[in-house]
Design a protein around this ligand. Sequence first.
Ligand code: CO
Length: 485
Amino acid sequence: MENLLIEKSPIPSYNREEWKRGYDSQPNEYDYWVDDMAGEIPAAFNGTLFRNGPGLLDIHGIPIKHPFDGDGMICAFTFKNGQCHFRNRFVRTEAYVAEQTMGKMLYRGVFGTAKPGGWLNNAFDLKLKNIANTNIIYWGGKLLALWEAAEPYSLNPATLETLGIDYLDGILQPGDAFAAHPRIDPSRNCLVNFAIKPGLSSKILVYELDSNGKLLASYDQIIPGFAFIHDFVITPNYCIFFQNPVGYNPFPYLFGFRGAGECVKFQDNKPTNIIVIPRQGKKVKILQVNAGFIFHHANAFEQGDNLYIDSICYQSLPQINPNTDYKEVDFDQLDPGQLWRFELNLKEETVGKTMVESRCCEFPTIHPEQVGKNYRYLFIGAAHNSTGNAPLQAILKLDLETGEKQLYSFAPHGYVSEPIFVPKPAAKTEDDGWVITLVYNGSSHRSEVVILDALDLNIGPLARLQLKHHIPYGLHGSWTGNCFI
Ligand code: CO
């Protein structure tokens, strides 16, 4: 149990200069067995962890404006017989290849990166740079790098060689989008993902793919207003979307002053629309609640007429002033992500909400069999201190039934990425598994892979595998039981 009570504005648990270096580019591509290991990899821990995130934070020396604009770099950690093999490769997107070949920045970034030459050189250049940097998933025999505004890229899972844009055997057309947050429905063993076509009114498209990647169902829904929706949740009967209360003014983007993402404005006087789309038949319902801004959801489940959704909420959209370097961000000026539970009654059309965890947290993970079902355990990246906004340095385990918490912190030098829960082969309880995460160490400027026992985080890492170099702070990843090597 973790029951430290710390006053507001605690002493920082991190050193900003160390933290900043986690945003150094990693232009090199490696391939090696990790031999610098403390502890032991559990014998039954076999499979591959794939991770995606920006590998380049500069283009030939010119810094990008926001890490979300960085070219996607895939890391594969393959675990076999107590050993770990590491490999990383950039996704050879059309834009990455062009910029690396030409030796200069050729594209604007969605989150504010501008080509050199001022606004005149950027105005009316609306070509989208598909950077394939947000998530990576192995499904239907394909390894897909995902970025929500464009088509996925497929890669060879054993070599990470880029195979090209993948239209999912005709499910997608050129120019279509495919979100970076698919959900795997354990009851039907299908992948459910969506795409957003934003506009004055927006369209949500949903795709359901079977285990071979074939289309099982697709449906769409027009919703009023501009939609900025990064993630969603599923239950056996519903897909649930939270339409964040934001407005969009495209003109600074069109005229070259701002990136498209910088033209999104949070509207704190407006509610969030919760869009409940039935997976079969019935009518769509739109309910309203004040939820702040949401990037990620943890899970959702049905109980009678009620739907429960657990989400990470920010009081407002965390945005950095366009004139500020993201590495100089004042954490105290931004709202922390906090975990809330929403309770929807579909009959009465009411919404209630309760805060579950006030500690700054992001990147939730749960047992894959519990997706869409009532569940007990949640694991999430968290700040070291219980109050205030800060980089994620710890892994937090929440028992949603008893309220018990466990916290394992890598402060002061360690910065965690998204944890992933991997069930043990003969698991007896929902939390009988491992939690794996990549930790950037700011004092050694190297990253390590850490395996924790999900039953008890307090016993500390079972294994710490030191890489020979650092991996820049990443976004999302996934686990497969296949040992790709
Ligand atoms: Co995300």
